[in-house]
Write a new protein. Structure first.
Length: 563
């Protein structure tokens, strides 16, 4: 580790915006009118206060791609990547702006509409930012209430959150600390949607311009200038074509020129021309996804460069040139790494289990970097996922949520024709699905458990030493850790560990539900509704235990338990 995590704010680039004298001073520039070639289709760009379109950096938007790549554009257009960030309009907003009032962190927020315009009545967000981020103590109930336009949304799948304008500083987008959950049709306070400790929830104040802009837009440039102003621009709102293929201006200009003169020779292509991740070797291909799906900090010599000029990574390049990707310090960690773990305990605890496997969703690249299938093999994100040949939910290639995901590489007889000798489960059962044992749902995000992308074999050690739920007990909810230990020892020769009386006699799921920490509770609660676990363990005995979670201190635990 070459730099202190704390010096880079634990992977969240905190721009040197100045709180002195009140609030950040921010301005917004008009849309850049850089030339993009003859007959370049112009997109009607949302007007300020949304970020201007960053045409000067070579971005041409997905509209230009659509002219030649209609099928690919159509498959992307129905994805949740596209709708990750959108202007807040009646057609894009899922939340009911019907006059509802929701309380968040002790303050009331009322959402309503006037014609096609969306608004929130709320404590002045500029002053709230000043109070909470500046370490001041003015009670929120004493902050003047204001009416602010709601101009942008984030998310459209599991939930959607919103951004309001700053009256003092045009262009600065502030959190509306409410979340709308489409599945239930309910508004909930933002702090109830995230796995944050109760004492940490009043700090959930975010400005889109220096945080979310990095991954929830394409080509996001915070635009920090010498005056401390943020003149933010994006290649495109949402995660669009050029996020994965690179800025398209040179490619578009060449192809349009060749339409006029078919004899025109193509220039020598380089990595900055346009790339197709599918044609990259596995490491570089996976890094295209890893630009957002990983735990990283910018290297110190590049942090300010990003704040001023935006993206430093071009798809196809070495992702590690400007970034340091963080891994959990394991048992063989250096003294420096162990010191970072102690100094930044909260950072690591919110993203990893104590054994070093990924806990927080959205960090799949970090997990793959600790997976031999990727580091010593040819596995990449595209082994299982596709942006253009998949359903929007999870974007899995067809038939890639079954053993074929693994047997495309592991074709040996013991994994195919003699599968039951390996799994000790019936061939067509959930216990013979490689993914359920080697990629259990032990990662959490967005009100659900997600398959771990840190591929490994089932083992009892992490459950005993670190409290990590294991694949066996997440399916066999009615069995104890002792039962699992006996089978893993008998079947695979794993070492035995000393267990408490409760671990020997009681179902592990009940111990995690009633005595576990929040991550154990939410993961186990999700598995109470997982169909394979219900089929194996039955359901007529779980209700009294699940009911204990309905008053849990953590909103996500309560929500998952009700499902």
């Amino acid at each position: 580790m070459t730099q202190s995590l704390s010096s880079s704010a634990l992977g969240l680039l905190l721009l040197p915006v100045c709180l002195a004298g009140g609030i950040v001073v921010v301005t917004v520039a008009g849309a850049d009118a850089g030339a993009t070639g003859a007959k370049m289709e112009r997109v009607q760009w949302p007007s300020p206060p949304l970020p201007a379109q960053n045409a000067a950096a070579g971005y041409v938007t997905s509209a230009a791609c659509r002219e030649c790549h209609r099928d690919e554009h159509a498959s992307w257009h129905r994805s949740y990547h596209r709708t990750m960030t959108q202007p807040a309009t009646p057609s894009s907003v899922l939340g009911r702006f019907d006059g509802s009032t929701v309380s968040s962190a002790g303050a009331d927020y009322r959402v309503f509409r006037e014609g096609d315009q969306l608004f929130a009545e709320m404590p002045d967000p500029d002053l709230v930012m000043y109070i909470l981020q500046g370490g001041h103590t003015l009670p929120l109930e004493k902050v003047p209430r204001v009416k602010r336009p709601v101009v942008m949304s984030t998310g459209s799948h599991h939930y959607q959150t919103y951004w309001v304008t700053s009256a003092r500083h045009p262009g600065l987008l502030q959190t509306l600390p409410l979340v709308y959950v489409p599945e239930t049709g309910q508004w909930i306070p933002r702090e109830a949607a995230f796995m944050r400790a109760p004492a940490d929830r009043d700090r959930m104040v975010t400005q889109w311009n220096h945080h979310c802009i990095r991954c929830h837009s394409t080509g996001g440039n915070p635009g920090l200038n010498d005056k401390g102003e943020l003149i933010s621009k994006v290649g495109e709102l949402g995660i669009a074509c050029e996020a994965c293929h690179g800025p398209g201006r040179r490619h578009v200009e060449l192809e349009r020129a060749r339409e006029l003169d078919p004899a025109l020779a193509a220039p020598a292509r380089d990595i900055h021309f346009i790339i197709n991740p599918r044609k990259l070797e596995p490491v570089r291909s996976t890094e295209v996804c890893g630009q957002c799906h990983g735990n990283y900090v910018l290297k110190e010599e590049h942090a300010l460069e990003f704040a001023r000029n935006g993206p430093l990574y071009h798809p196809g390049e070495d992702l590690h040139r400007t970034r340091y990707y963080i891994q959990y310090p394991g048992e063989d960690a250096t003294p420096e790494q162990k010191f970072e773990l102690q100094r930044n305990a909260e950072f690591f605890a919110s993203r990893w289990w104590d054994d070093g496997t990924i806990l927080a969703g959205g960090r799949e690249f970090t997990a793959l970097q600790a997976t031999p299938c990727h580091t010593r093999g040819t596995m990449s994100c595209l082994s299982c996922h596709s942006m253009h040949d998949s359903e929007p939910d999870d974007q899995l290639k067809h038939a890639r949520d079954d053993p074929s995901a693994c047997t495309q590489c592991h074709g040996e007889e013991r994994f195919t024709s003699r599968l039951t000798d390996h799994t000790r489960h019936a061939a067509q059962s959930s216990g013979s699905n490689c993914l359920n044992c080697h990629m259990p749902h032990t990662t959490y995000a967005l009100f659900k458990a997600i398959r771990s992308h840190q591929i490994q074999s089932p083992q009892i050690r992490s459950s005993v030493r670190h409290g990590v739920p294991n694949a066996c007990n997440l399916c066999h909810l009615d069995k104890s850790l002792d039962w699992t230990q006996q089978h893993l020892a008998d079947w695979h020769g794993q070492s035995r560990h000393s267990l408490t009386a409760e671990q020997q006699k009681l179902p592990a799921s009940i111990l995690w539900l009633l005595k576990g920490h929040a991550a154990q509770r939410v993961i186990t609660a999700w598995h109470l509704g997982w169909e394979p676990a219900k089929a194996v363990s039955g359901t007529n005995w779980l209700a009294p235990f699940a009911a204990q979670l309905l008053t849990d201190d953590y909103g996500p635990v309560r929500y998952v338990a009700t499902r």
